[in-house]
Every structure is written in C-alpha cells, then in structure tokens.
Design a protein around this ligand. Structure first.
Ligand SMILES: *Cc1c(COP(=O)(O)O)cnc(C)c1O
Length: 350
C-alpha cells in the first residue's frame, strides 16, 4: 500500500485493526440472512460449513470473539475443580480476564514452552495422577501461532507429541488457533492437518483475515452439542448475524493466501529495526506477522518510544517493560515500514 498522505497513521498495534475491504463490504451488504436462533441464518450456516471443512472437523460455530470461542471450548471440556494445562503465557489464561476461573470454576497448570512447544517430559509430569487429593487434569491447550514467542508456528512434531501424551492419559486437546491461518501459510501445512491433533479448535476471523467481527470454534458432533449450550449461556448466539458472517466467509475465501505478504513485511520490518541502535529482534526467527522488539536505549523504554512514535504517525503496542510488539496486516505496507524505520532512526539517534 503506498499512501503518502500526512494524516495517515501506520498502525502496527494489532492485526485486529483491519477494516473490511470494499469487496467484503459488498458481500456483507448482499448477505442472505435469517434468525439464526429460530430458523438458522443461511450465511452463518455457509460460513460454519466452510470453516468446518477447512479445519477438518465435523462442525463449527460462529461466535462474536476469539475469547468467547476459547471459553466455549473450555466450558465444553471442563467441570468446576478441573485443571487445564497451558503455556505460561497462553492467551486463554493471561488475556481472557480470568474467564477460566470466573466462568468454569477451573484452575490452570502452566508450563514454559520453546516457541509454543511443550517439553514432552514436563508435559507428562504436569498431568496429575488419578489421586483423590489432586485436581483432575481435564484438558491440554496449545496456541497456534504462539503469540508469546512472536507468532511462532508450533511444529507438527510438537503437536503430535501433545496428542500422544493426551491419548496416553485420555485427555482432550484444545487448539487456540487465533492465527492458525498464518501458521498454514507460513508452514505450507493445511490448517486441517495442523488442527488434527486437537479435539476442538478456535480461529479468529477478525485478525489477519480482515473480517470486522467474529471467530469460529469447531470440533466433532458431541463437542458441538455442548458448545452450543455454553454459547447460549454466554449470550453469544446472534440473530441476523449473516451480515457479519458474510465478512468472515469472504475472509476465509479470499484472504488466506495473502497472509504471505504480511509475513514478508514483518521480516522486512524486523530487519529494518534490528539494524537500529537500542533495538533488538531476531529477523531470522520471524515466521509470521508478529515481531517482538527489545528496547534497550539510554533515552527510551518501550512506553516512551511508543508514545514518541505516535507523534510521528506510527502506532505500536508496548508488550512489556522490555519489549514492543509490531503486527503486520492488510492495512499496512512497505511505505508504513519505511515511515516507522525513519521515525525510529530519528528518535534513537545517539
Ligand atoms: C486475539 C487472540 C485471541 C482472541 O481474542 P479476542 O480479542 O477475544 O478476539 C485468542 N488467542 C490468541 C492467541 C489471540 O491472539
């Protein structure tokens, strides 16, 4: 995208900031709709069937957000007092407002990961013994791509291992696949294959895929029955949702392959910033559309640098006291990376 207007803001905060394209808006305006609770909405049904096929699952549900998709899955697998195993930085535990405890009365057992992959022995040891004093382990969660390590693709080997340990102990696996489409494009492995280790999987339509609203949660027929009940309890069942579902369907049909552009741009951004004084990232480790950048500079920390960048028309999210997070998506392009690079060079000049 080459937009040189001075009032333009280069927004690298998140891939959720994307706006629907004219073609997507047309699909939304023309969507056939119905009462999805009473009779079924034809466009929602098409989206759910399309998503289920893509994910290699029996069926899928369209829901308002990724958080709700994950929490519907957790609510379908967990009972109060159960324990869920997840990465120590998992979105389901860290960025969903404590929903696991608030909604399901479950607790968590966490593990460090290597780019989203558990250590096999550590995972096996984390599953509680069948012992009256211990909470029953009831679910293992994996995140694809893994946000905490900067959008790493969790490898097929790592996923197969999780399935093996789950099978040994008779446990279900949930995949938080918010950015599963990015993993598919980066690895060349179809989403259905990446999700085959999981009994349930969630996917965000409103991140890199560019839809304005919504997520998918998918699984087998039994899971779907329970998931529908949880969705109802959470108030997530919508009426003429075909208007927004059409954006999601358009995104799945047209916006998956183009994620390769976001990944290339993220690598370019990482190379540009890594070369600047006070900034450090690992361009070779950038696999998808997230770039974590360490800030170690005499005048700036992540918060002050992001505030200063805002004055230059560049928006970015501080992830911690040491790191900024940059996200590429369909509404930023090379000109925005150029502007970011120039602003950083100016601000960090020593
Ligand atoms: C964005 C995201 C979600 C869902 O977040 P919502 O804001 O509720 O859509 C879930 N998991 C991961 C890893 C995410 O990045």
């Amino acid at each position: 995208m080459t937009d040189a207007r001075q009032d333009r803001v280069a927004d690298f905060r998140s891939d959720t900031v994307t706006k629907p394209t004219p073609a997507m808006r047309r699909a939304m305006a023309e969507a056939e709709v119905g009462d999805d609770v009473l009779d079924g909405d034809p466009t929602v049904r098409r989206l759910e069937e399309y998503a289920a096929r893509w994910l290699g699952k029996d069926a899928a549900l369209y829901v308002p957000s990724g958080t709700m998709a994950n929490q519907i899955a957790l609510g379908s697998w967990l009972r109060p007092g159960d324990e869920v195993i997840a990465a120590e930085d998992a979105h389901v535990l860290l960025y969903e407002g404590g929903a696991t405890g608030f909604l399901h009365g479950a607790q968590s057992a966490t593990l460090p990961t290597m780019r989203g992959a558990f250590d096999e022995a550590a995972l096996r040891a984390r599953v509680r013994p069948d012992f009256i004093h211990c909470p029953p382990t009831a679910l293992i969660c994996v995140e694809q791509t893994h946000m905490g390590s900067g959008g790493s693709v969790v490898t097929s080997d790592a996923l197969t291992m999780v399935r093996r340990v789950a099978d040994e102990r008779g446990l279900p696996v949930h995949m938080d696949g918010a950015r599963l489409a990015n993993a598919q494009v980066a690895s060349g492995i179809p989403a259905a294959e990446l999700a085959s280790c999981a009994d349930s999987v969630s996917v965000c339509l409103s991140k890199g895929l560019g839809a304005p609203v919504g997520s998918i949660v998918a699984g087998d027929a039994d899971f779907l029955e329970r998931a529908k009940r949880v969705r109802k309890r959470l108030g997530g069942w919508m009426r003429q949702a075909g208007v927004i579902a059409a954006g999601g369907l358009y995104a799945l049909e047209h916006h998956i392959e183009r994620l390769a552009d976001d990944h290339a741009l993220a690598k370019q951004l990482a190379e540009r910033l890594d070369a600047l004084p006070g900034l450090a990232c690992d361009p070779a480790g950038v696999e998808t559309n997230l770039v974590l950048v360490g800030v170690d500079h005499p005048r700036h920390d992540p918060a002050s640098l992001s505030a200063a960048l805002a004055d230059h028309g560049v928006r970015v999210m501080p992830l911690s006291s040491t790191h900024l997070r940059f996200v590429t998506h369909m509404d930023v392009g090379e000109a925005d990376v150029e502007r970011l690079g120039e602003a950083c060079a100016l601000l960090l000049d020593t």
